[in-house]
Design a protein around this ligand. Structure first.
Ligand SMILES: Cc1ncc(COP(=O)(O)O)c(C=O)c1O
Ligand SMILES: [Zn+2]
Length: 386
């Protein structure tokens, strides 16, 4: 185990690693620091050949101490698919889709929960709670079941039915709320003390981001350590964006890649685009969204605790933030499906109209390597296509 400590993403305050914690005293997310020199003794690019085909192949930069606490349903090592037919339609030559829909529970949320629930178990959590737009709930329910721990889930009552049913069928306690994910989060914050719940809200504990960062390691490995020129990522809480950026930094310090970084692009829906608005305004915190709405339920996050980290990454990487309409993102599901055979989640499909906007603006060279993140499977959103 190579973890040295936790540190605050905002004020830098350091914390001991082997305790169950949520946010820093300043209210901002905590991140995990590793002794990468020590890790590098066994963790080399070459050492990965022949390791298990899941995110646990990167175990030296994951926080679990005792192997027996690792909960795995086969998460990670998703395919990076060359999307040549879609590329031809767009006039590009190097377009890829990272298909996270093939993860356990059908979304990339499995990565974060696999690591977070393994750690929660290792550090002695007894009950787990999460507010969710849908897919995080399904992933928590699955890994909590695997851990033998009870899961308490709060979701908006218009969450896709598949998300509600999967949680019930994997044994979670599900409460539907007439409100948004932020309202669900408030309920957990109010009751967690009394109920003995450990809050695994995105970025409100330090380990989901560790699971999500493995997407960055995988991109490196799958592209033979030449990172893409641009990554388009459908952004709600932003854990994947923050995680991948952290992975790139670790990979550079391990000597695996150089200092070049992909331009990171946040994609949001017009009905809920706090990061897009803040980026355009030059602000360092997400804009207010009074009436958050979009069928891409994972993007219905009006206030993200890691907003300032995301905005910093977008700017440092030379990236940007783009919003698309619901009719564009729903149409894009069929375009991607018919061109590439991938039935994408509406969130993932939103990357396609965003890419079109960037092409139109002249921000992309024809032969640049572009990666679109399809973060989930369309199978979980049948009512969107009714
Ligand atoms: C399919 C899908 N894509 C994207 C997101 C947004 O992810 P993040 O919170 O990491 O920004 C979610 C979150 O619920 C999701 O379920
Ligand atoms: Zn702090």
């Amino acid at each position: 185990m190579n973890v040295t400590h936790l540190y605050c993403s905002s004020c830098g305050k350091e914390y001991e690693a082997r305790k169950l914690v949520n946010l820093c005293v300043c209210g901002k997310p905590l991140l995990v620091a590793y002794d990468l020199e020590k890790a590098a003794r066994t963790f080399t690019r070459e050492s990965l050949a022949g390791r298990e085909n899941s995110l646990w192949r990167y175990r030296e930069v994951l926080p679990i101490e005792n192997e027996k606490n690792v909960l795995s349903l086969g998460e990670g090592m998703t395919p990076l698919i060359k999307a040549d037919r879609l590329a031809a339609m767009l006039g590009l030559s190097n377009l890829y889709i990272k298909d996270e829909g093939v993860n356990p529970t059908g979304s990339f949320k499995a990565r974060g929960m696999a690591v977070a629930i393994s750690m929660a178990k290792e550090l002695g959590a007894r009950k787990l709670a999460v507010p969710s737009a849908g897919n995080a709930a399904g992933a928590l329910a699955a890994y909590a079941a695997k851990a033998g721990l009870p899961a308490f889930i709060f979701m908006p009552n218009d969450t896709p039915k598949a998300n509600i049913v999967e949680c019930q069928q994997t044994g979670a306690h599900v409460t539907l709320i007439d409100g948004l994910i932020t309202d669900c989060g408030k309920i957990i914050a109010e009751r967690k003390e009394q109920e003995g719940w450990f809050d695994v809200s995105t970025l409100k504990e330090p380990y989901r981001v560790e699971g999500k960062k493995t997407m960055g390691y995988e991109l490196g490995e799958q592209l033979n350590w030449e990172l893409p020129d641009m990554i388009l990522y459908p952004t709600g809480g932003g854990t994947g964006l923050i995680g991948m950026w952290k992975a790139f930094d670790e990979m550079e310090r391990l000597g695996w890649i150089g200092s070049r970084r992909p331009r990171m692009v946040t994609v949001q829906a017009e009905g809920c685009a706090p990061i897009v608005k803040a980026f355009a305004a030059g602000a360092s915190a997400g804009a207010d969204v009074p009436d958050a709405h979009t069928v891409a339920s994972g993007l219905r996050v009006p206030k993200a605790v890691g907003d300032f980290i995301m905005l910093d990454i977008l700017r440092k990487s030379g990236g940007t933030a783009i919003s698309v309409t619901d009719s564009e993102l729903v149409a894009a599901v069929k375009e991607i499906g018919a061109a590439e055979g991938i039935f994408a989640a509406p969130e993932g499909a939103a990357c396609l109209p965003a890419l079109r906007t960037l092409i139109k603006r002249g921000e992309i060279e024809k032969d640049e390597r572009i990666v679109l993140f399809n973060t989930g499977t369309g199978v979980k959103y049948l009512e969107v296509f009714a």
